[in-house]
Design a protein around this ligand. Structure first.
Ligand SMILES: [Zn+2]
Length: 389
C-alpha cells in the first residue's frame, strides 16, 4: 500500500496526549503518515519516516475531521417563515416539526436523497468527516423505513427517531403511536439503523414513554441516545444515564442531580448551540458540565426547523463565546467528544490506527476557529486517507 507523508503542518492536533502537548496532544512543525485509509505515524516533521509520496501542508494547522454526532438531514421543505416569525418575537415549540413531516411525506425518494447529499457535501467542505443522521420526519412505518434506508446509503451512523413527535395521524392517541414505534415501525426500521433516539420533552414524549421506546429498541439490538432537557427540565438526562445511552443531547436545562448523573456514568452530554442560537434560547452551560467531570460533545443538530446550520466551526465559536468552553475544549468536544458520543474509537483522533480523517485550516492553529468566527478556514479535507474536498 502507498504511504503518504503530510509534512510541514504548522500545528497538529492528534487528540492523543501521549503524542504531544496537553489534552489535545498538539505537535508544532508536525507530520503525519497515511497508509491506505489509516494514520500510521504522527510526530515532529524532523523525525518523519521515508514514504512513497509527500504532501505539503504549507504551514497550515491540521485537526481531526469533525464528528457531527447529531443531525436530522432526511427531510424536505423549508421553514424560513417559521424562523422569520420566531426572530420577530414568537417562541419555538415542538409542533413546528409537523410542517417538515408533511413536506417529507410528500417528497420522492430521489428528492430526499438529493437533499441529504447536498447537505452532507456542504458539511464535508466545512471539515465534517463523520455524520450521524436520523429519521423522524416520516412518522409512518413506510416513511420512517425509507428515511433510514436513504440515510444508510450515505452514512454508517443512522438513528431511528420514529419518536420525534407523536404522529399527527394519531395525535389523539399517543399510546397507540408508542405501540407503533415500539412494534411494527421498529421491526421495519431496525435493520437500517445502529441507534434509537426519542425526543423526551413536554409536547413530545414523557419519561415513561421514552423508557418504553428505548428499551424496545435495545431489545432489537439498537443502541440508545436521547433528546433530553432541551426546552425544559425533565427526566431525559437521568433516563439516558440509567439506560447507558451513548449520549444525552441538548442538556440545556439541568438540575444538580442531572449533572451528577452524567458525571457518574458513561453517557456523553452533547451540546447543540445551533439550536439555542436559532431559537434565541438560553445557552447550555458547558462550563458547569466540564467542571463536574462530564464528557462533553459539540454537534450541529442540523435540521430545517430549529438549527439549520451544518457548520461545526460555527458551533465551536458559539461554545467558546457563550458557553464557557476554552478553544481547546471546544475542538476536543467537536472531534473526540463526538466520537465518544457515537462510541467510536477509530475517529476523532489522529494517532496511529485512526482513520485518516483530516481537516486542514488556513490558520496557524485551531484557536482561529473561534477567534475568526464565520470565516471559512477549512481549506482541504481528507476522509479515510483520500482527499475529498
Ligand atoms: Zn435533534
Amino acid at each position: 500500500m502507498t504511504t503518504t507523508a503530510i509534512v510541514n503542518i504548522g500545528n497538529l492536533v492528534t487528540n492523543d496526549p501521549e503524542l504531544g502537548e496537553g489534552p489535545l496532544g498538539q505537535i508544532k512543525n508536525a507530520a503525519i503518515v497515511v497508509e491506505g485509509d489509516k494514520v500510521v505515524w504522527a510526530g515532529p516533521s524532523a523525525d518523519v519516516p521515508a514514504t512513497d509520496e509527500a504532501h505539503d501542508a504549507a504551514g497550515r494547522a491540521v485537526i481531526p475531521g469533525f464528528v457531527d454526532s447529531h443531525s436530522h438531514l432526511v427531510f424536505a421543505g423549508d421553514r424560513t417563515e417559521e424562523f422569520n416569525a420566531r426572530m420577530s418575537g414568537r417562541s419555538y415549540s415542538a409542533g413546528g416539526i409537523r410542517t417538515t413531516v408533511a413536506a417529507t411525506r410528500a417528497a420522492s425518494d430521489e428528492a430526499l436523497e438529493a437533499n441529504l447529499k447536498h447537505h452532507l457535501a456542504e458539511a464535508l467542505r466545512q471539515g465534517t468527516t463523520t455524520f450521524e443522521t436520523k429519521s423522524g420526519y416520516g412518522l409512518t412505518v413506510r416513511d420512517e423505513e425509507r428515511a433510514l434506508r436513504i440515510a444508510k446509503a450515505h452514512t454508517d451512523e443512522v438513528t431511528y427517531l420514529g419518536a420525534h413527535i407523536v404522529s399527527p395521524d394519531l395525535a389523539d392517541d399517543p399510546a397507540a403511536y408508542v405501540d407503533l414505534v415500539t412494534g411494527e415501525m421498529l421491526d421495519a426500521c431496525a435493520p437500517h439503523a445502529r441507534w434509537i433516539d426519542v425526543f423526551c420533552e413536554k409536547g413530545a414524549f414523557d419519561g415513561d414513554q421514552a423508557r418504553a421506546i428505548l428499551t424496545a429498541g435495545k431489545a432489537k439490538g439498537l443502541l440508545p441516545r436521547i433528546h433530553a432537557n432541551q426546552l425544559s427540565f425533565g427526566p431525559g438526562v437521568q433516563l439516558a444515564v440509567e439506560l447507558d445511552a451513548a449520549s444525552a443531547d441538548h442538556c440545556t436545562h439541568l438540575t444538580d442531580a442531572d449533572v451528577d448523573a452524567l458525571a457518574s456514568g458513561d453517557t456523553v452530554a452533547t451540546l447543540l448551540p445551533g439550536a439555542e442560537f436559532s431559537t434565541r434560547a438560553q445557552w447550555p452551560d458547558a462550563r458547569r458540565l466540564l467542571d463536574a467531570g462530564v464528557t462533553v460533545a459539540l454537534s450541529t443538530d442540523c435540521n430545517p426547523g430549529s438549527s439549520f446550520t451544518s457548520s461545526v466551526p460555527f458551533c465551536i465559536a458559539l461554545a467558546v463565546r457563550d458557553m464557557g468552553m476554552t478553544p481547546d475544549e471546544a475542538l476536543w468536544a467537536a472531534t473526540a467528544g463526538g466520537a465518544q458520543a457515537l462510541r467510536r474509537t477509530d475517529i476523532g483522533r489522529l494517532s496511529p490506527g485512526a482513520r485518516a480523517d483530516l481537516a486542514f485550516l488556513d490558520a496557524p492553529s485551531h484557536v482561529h476557529l473561534a477567534y475568526r468566527p464565520g470565516v471559512p478556514l477549512v481549506s482541504e479535507v481528507w476522509r479515510a486517507g483520500a482527499r475529498v474536498a
